[in-house]
Design a protein around this ligand. Structure first.
Ligand code: GLN
Length: 550
């Protein structure tokens, strides 16, 4: 097997930035000319995070092939600058689902089905599926596997057991264990503390995994003598303990880890070809982020204001739009439930652009519509994404076309004028979505998910941004624009600038008689990369900068 595996586990506590560390290591190896993929193994029992509450799980990321995944896949795609697939995220739930389905089919021939070997075998299959060598899809040089959760969690045990077994099956030169832990700095004592790391590694070793590399998350670099101490107590090479210091900008992390020599050590231990990392693009990126030529303020009107994780990709895409325009983007989260006709002007004072992101359910919708009306009537650049586009259509129908009861079937199934509705052709989508996901379920797979083509009309804001007529963008929604109202809206100036190639689905709407007013049914934020900012975000920020100057 050509592919070498790096397994990343986490210790002491969660939220140490395992996902970003995995992504950064992947990016560094990529700059050494290697092909890399990254997989997230999530120990929870949900089959996928698609039905999970954003308060618990944060953003649900969507891949081209329509998988609803952990938000870490967003980091991986942004850092590797490649599209991943449903293979790159597996949960305990999906593993158990497979095993139980097989058991019901009688595939185990009456044998007792157990965590070891049946669950662990299925986990190994999921990991090894990344190393499949196909003519159109060659196996990567390196596959990084991030195990969600923290060592010591009961639910994570089968995953750890699976990766333990893989090392003996694939050999030492082909598998590497990296353990990310916390090395806190105790101000009162004036020193770093290594005990939590020692305990965490002890826990890991008790299940048979001896880490090769220890990555210490810390506020300040861990001094050499303490790194030597960690190496001694944790039984790793002296030069295999690294600091992962807090960074002011997440795109600095690959450079910091490079300075530490982490990629070098990984390459030596895995016997990867000795090539130099080409870091110029990352250096340039960080330079641009740190040296903006101006600032712009974007108001994001949503209902998860206190929960930035719910808008992770959106946040990043706006930062990327800023990078493309050499400006820093200040984000102001506005709680849509609090916006009223009375306070809207006050709320958006100082905002150079207004963005209404995706969402589900009626709560907060009227505030979003109020915000959109303000943007439209006051020439403030406006960007509506998914639910944001649907709200823009409803706002336009109500206040410009005069369809007072314009609504979405989602918000009021009995509304007289359902501008946004569940279409009959929907069943085809559902079928397609389900086929693509290879699984039928009650709640999962009921949405239009993944990348679909869209044709853009020339002479529109959208065309100006994309500079091409054919695009592919990722979707995650149930409802669509209702074509019965298309003419009435078009007559009053709404342009349907992006449509499905067969012309049945309205994917982008805009108002030409406005500095920048655009809504899209898809989620462009999922395809924005720091090195390749998404055209719509780039153009929205450009328009917001112009609005600011006026
Ligand atoms: N709730 C809307 C729908 O299902 C929009 C979804 C979204 O914004 N992602 O169509």
């Amino acid at each position: 097997m050509k592919t070498k595996f790096i397994f990343i586990t986490g210790g002491v506590l969660s939220s140490l930035g395992k996902g970003l560390s995995a992504a950064s290591i992947g990016a560094l190896l990529k700059t050494r000319g290697l092909t890399v993929t990254i997989q997230k193994l999530d120990p929870y029992i949900n089959v996928d995070p698609g039905t999970m509450n954003p308060y618990q799980h944060g953003e649900v990321y969507v891949t081209d092939d329509g998988a609803e995944t952990d938000l870490d896949l967003g980091h991986y795609e942004r850092y590797l600058n490649t599209a991943l697939s449903q293979k790159n995220n597996t949960t305990s739930g999906s593993i158990y689902y497979k095993v139980i389905t097989k058991e019901r089919h009688g595939d185990y021939l009456g044998g007792t089905v157990q965590v070891i070997p049946h669950i662990t075998d299925e986990i190994k299959n999921a990991i090894l599926s990344l190393a499949k060598d196909e003519p159109e899809n060659p196996a990567p040089d390196v596959a990084i596997i991030e195990i969600g959760g923290t060592v010591g969690d009961i639910e994570g045990l089968p995953f750890l057991e699976a990766i333990r077994q893989l090392r003996s099956e694939l050999g030492r030169d082909n598998c590497l264990y990296i353990h990310l832990t916390l090395v806190p700095y105790l101000r009162s004592a004036g020193e770093h503390k290594t005990k939590p790391t020692q305990h965490s590694v002890k826990e890991l070793r008790s299940i048979g995994i001896q880490p090769d590399i220890i990555l210490c998350r810390c506020e300040e670099p861990v001094p050499a003598d303490l790194r030597a101490k960690i190496a001694l107590f944790c039984n790793v090479d002296k030069d295999a303990v690294f600091s992962a210091v807090d960074v002011s900008n997440i795109y600095e992390l690959p450079l910091k880890l490079y300075e530490e020599g982490l990629d070098q050590k990984v390459a030596i231990m895995l016997r990867l070809p000795a090539r130099n990392a080409k870091l110029e693009p990352w250096e340039e990126l960080v330079h641009n982020v740190k040296n903006p030529q101006g600032r712009v303020t974007i108001a994001i009107v949503g209902k998860y204001v206190e929960l930035k994780e719910a808008y992770k990709s959106l946040h990043e895409a706006l930062v990327h739009g800023g990078i493309a325009n050499r400006v820093a983007v200040d984000l102001r989260y506005v709680n849509s439930e609090e916006v009223t006709a009375e306070n809207v002007a006050e709320t958006f004072k100082g905002a150079d652009g207004i963005l209404v992101p995706g969402g589900f359910g009626y709560r907060g919708v009227e505030g979003k519509i109020e915000s959109i009306r303000y943007a439209r009537e006051n020439n403030v650049p406006f960007f509506g994404i998914c639910l944001g586009m649907q709200c823009a259509v409803i706002e336009f129908a109500r206040h410009v076309v005069g369809i007072e009861e314009a609504n979405s079937e989602e918000f009021n199934p009995f509304a007289k004028d359902k501008l946004i509705y569940l279409m009959t052709e929907w069943y085809d989508f559902r079928k397609k979505a389900v086929e693509r996901r290879d699984a039928e379920s009650d709640k999962g797979g009921t949405m239009r998910l993944g990348a679909y083509p869209c044709a853009i009309s020339e002479g529109t804001h959208a065309f100006e941004a994309y500079k091409t007529a054919n695009i592919n963008e990722r979707h995650r929604h149930r409802y669509e624009f209702n074509n019965a109202y298309r003419e009435r809206l078009a007559d009053m100036g709404m342009v349907f600038s992006g449509q499905s190639p067969d012309g049945t689905l309205m994917e982008i709407v805009e108002i030409p008689d406005h500095p920048w007013f655009l809504g899209c049914q898809f989620h462009p934020e999922f395809q924005s990369r720091p090195m390749k900012p998404h055209p719509l975000f780039k153009d929205f920020i450009r328009a917001s900068c112009l609005a600011r100057k006026k």
